[in-house]
Design a protein around this ligand. Structure first.
Ligand SMILES: CNc1ncnc2c1ncn2[C@@H]1O[C@H](COP(=O)(O)O)[C@@H](O)[C@H]1O
Ligand SMILES: [Zn+2]
Length: 393
């Protein structure tokens, strides 16, 4: 990994392998260029001061609280339905360009009376955005490959459909920690209503120093009872009591987990709760002083279920392949380890058995093709991974 050629080959390897993204916030993944364009328009209308906003958007390395200030700005910039659809389309295109084959995109449904926006109409705009992607086959139905969920232009041209990349998308609705119990319950009910449009679960996110666990618990419990999967931002800041309560809830995954202590990790290990690891996000928001101290190392060593994710590609100027490369470069992973990590993520998706089967097929095909392209692949144990993929079927 130290020589230039090796670095370039590993970066290319991380880019070219199929990947699964399980922790990405829609509005945190807005392209900088789109954000600046939106800000400029609002500046011209005198709604914001463009010069101030430009400085904030271009700033690198923000504290966690600065990130949440920026999210408030994002929400001002992206309030109308058309913009939400556009952002969704671009985010999907960007993940697909990075060889993401399955994306679980999470977003917080928003009410905005002045714009005539309700949580339901916000989600309709997101779903319209998925439908408007025309350069890819977008499959976002729970009942898998139903053609009505493949973008309309694709249906018109079967030959094109076969040539295009396919990206499987599922949606998680986020409860913001500023919300009340009733608002959280509304989001869960909306998620249940939108199951046929690929909504598979609920996320709890937002500023981790705001709100109390007991406020969200009734809605999260209800979500679970109704068969929705639940993932929680857990231990993003130090909060022993809340971390314990969250683990006792037994979510299907947790995000970040930066401030779990020994007992908490033991509980997570016994319960085998998969952890969504967001290296760049944790580093940029100063959850740790240097990346080599990240809990990824211990979890990986202990074979704890984990998945590398981006959190907010736009906010942190990262990609999923960059996260894989960062993990490889920091923790000494070889190509075999990287592909195994990417493949293991199949087991933690909320999309159900049909999509898992499809993903196993994609990873199996890709392992065969990559073996031809990368000369070092065979000596690095490509055969092992192929065997592993087979045994997962
Ligand atoms: C940095 N780590 C993080 N910790 C907690 N919550 C985060 C987050 N990054 C993003 N969000 C949550 O996602 C929203 C933006 O996307 P949506 O408007 O929902 O699409 C933010 O407002 C915040 O609530
Ligand atoms: Zn997050």
């Amino acid at each position: 990994m130290e020589r230039g050629g090796d670095v370039a080959e590993m970066k290319e390897w991380c880019r070219s392998i199929p990947k699964i993204e399980l922790h990405a916030h829609l509005n945190g993944c807005i392209r900088d260029s789109t954000l600046l364009e939106l800000a400029k328009v609002l500046g011209e209308k005198g709604i914001i001061n463009f010069a101030d906003v430009e400085h904030v958007i271009r700033k690198c390395g923000r504290s966690l609280s600065e990130c949440f200030q920026l999210f408030d700005l994002f929400h001002i910039l992206a309030t109308d339905h058309g913009t939400i659809s556009r952002i969704t389309k671009e985010v999907v295109e960007d993940f697909a360009a990075d060889e993401v084959v399955y994306l679980e995109l999470r977003t917080t449904p928003k009410n905005n009376e002045t714009k005539g926006m309700t949580k339901r109409s916000y989600m309709k705009a997101v779903i319209d955005g998925l439908r408007s992607v025309d350069a890819l086959n977008v499959s976002f139905s729970n009942s898998s490959e139903r053609t009505e969920n493949i973008s309309s232009s694709t249906q018109n041209n079967y030959a094109n459909c076969m040539e295009r990349k396919t990206i499987h998308i599922r949606l998680l609705l986020s409860i913001d920690r500023r919300e009340t119990t009733i608002a959280a319950m509304e989001t869960v009910c909306l998620a249940l209503e939108l199951r046929e449009f690929g909504v598979v679960g609920i996320d709890l996110s937002g500023n981790p120093i705001v709100g109390e666990w007991k406020t969200f618990l009734p809605a999260l419990k209800y979500a679970k009872e109704q068969g929705l999967s639940v993932t929680l931002h857990c231990g993003e800041v130090s909060n022993k009591k809340e971390i314990q309560e969250m683990l006792d809830f037994v979510p299907e995954r947790i995000g970040h987990a930066c401030f779990l202590d020994k007992d908490d990790w033991e509980k997570a290990r016994v319960l085998q709760i998969p952890v969504e690891i967001c290296l760049t996000s944790n580093l940029r928001t100063e959850r740790l002083s240097t990346i080599d101290l990240h809990h990824f190392a211990n979890l990986h060593k202990g074979n704890h279920p984990l998945v590398l994710c981006t959190d907010d590609t736009g906010l942190f100027s990262t990609t999923l392949s960059n996260e894989y490369y960062l993990a490889a470069a920091t923790f000494g992973l070889d190509q075999k380890d990287v592909l195994r990590l990417a493949t293991n993520a199949i087991e933690f998706v909320f999309g159900g058995s049909e999509v898992k089967k499809a993903l196993r097929g994609i990873f199996g095909d890709s392992a065969r093709k990559l073996a031809e392209v990368f000369p070092s692949w065979k000596s690095l144990g490509g055969e092992d991974v192929k065997v592993q993929i087979k045994s997962l079927r």
